[in-house]
Design a protein around this ligand. Structure first.
Ligand SMILES: Cc1cc2nc3c(=O)[nH]c(=O)nc-3n(C[C@H](O)[C@H](O)[C@H](O)COP(=O)(O)O)c2cc1C
Length: 212
């Protein structure tokens, strides 16, 4: 399956990275598009090089190389390339994930505005009745942001907040990220083992209370 993955400038670039790893691990071909602000956050949070990279494309390339398995399973798409095949409903891609999704991109998707490839692909998914999942990361949220989430939901998208459950007893940041990514993959019908399923024997016994 060809899947579009948009990575925008909300905190939580790792959500996009782990989604890229899990989708390519599962044998899917991913069209990856990183917004300029997304590249800033990747540079800061993932590469440890601060939020003002000299070259956004270079950041996106290194991010793709870091997470895609194998590297050939990802096409890096430029955010201003609205001629990409993903930008047209006739090209047949049926699934898009925006992870993380900034409140700015949320607003554009909710209102059908904006001009970059991520906004356009989201618009195409909604009009074609394909799958659109967005993982917003912001707190607290304003009434405007809540209304935008309602609008996306009413239009057929799924708003999947970056809010990891703790009942799987995550031990690492990656475990917490994988919980959220795994919920998105469940909705997309992509098999994964990103978190232990409740009620199954691999759920560990409680340990979170041991922490000070
Ligand atoms: C380090 C950093 C962290 C940010 N975190 C968030 C965030 O958690 N949520 C959010 O909505 N915007 C966040 N922003 C602001 C967005 O990057 C900004 O609104 C940007 O215009 C979004 O553009 P995009 O949607 O095209 O990626 C952050 C910016 C930076 C530099």
């Amino acid at each position: 399956m060809r899947i579009f993955l948009g990575v925008t400038g909300a905190s939580g670039a790792l959500y996009g990275g782990r989604a890229l790893a899990a989708l390519t691990d599962a044998g899917h071909h991913v069209g990856l598009c990183v917004s300029d602000a997304g590249a800033r956050v990747i540079s800061h949070e993932v590469l440890g090089e601060g939020p003002r990279p000299a070259d956004y494309h270079d950041v996106a390339e290194r991010f793709a190389a870091m997470f895609a398995r194998p590297a050939g399973a990802v096409d890096l798409l430029s955010a201003d390339d609205i001629a990409s095949s993903f930008a047209s409903g006739s090209a047949g891609a049926r699934q898009a994930l925006v992870a993380p999704c900034s409140t700015s991109t949320l607003g554009h998707i909710a209102h059908g505005t904006g001009g970059n490839l991520i906004h356009r692909v989201a618009e195409v998914m909604l009009k074609e009745r394909g799958g659109l999942i967005i993982i917003p990361r912001e707190t607290p949220v304003s009434l405007i942001q809540l209304r935008n989430m309602v609008a996306v939901t009413e239009a057929g998208g799924v708003v999947l907040p970056a809010s990891p459950g703790l009942y799987t007893l995550p031990a690492t940041v990656e475990d917490m990220v994988d919980f959220v990514v795994g919920k998105a993959l469940d909705l997309m019908g992509v098999e994964h083992a990103l978190f232990p399923r409740w009620g199954q024997p691999d759920v560990p016994a409680g340990t979170l209370g041991d922490h000070p």
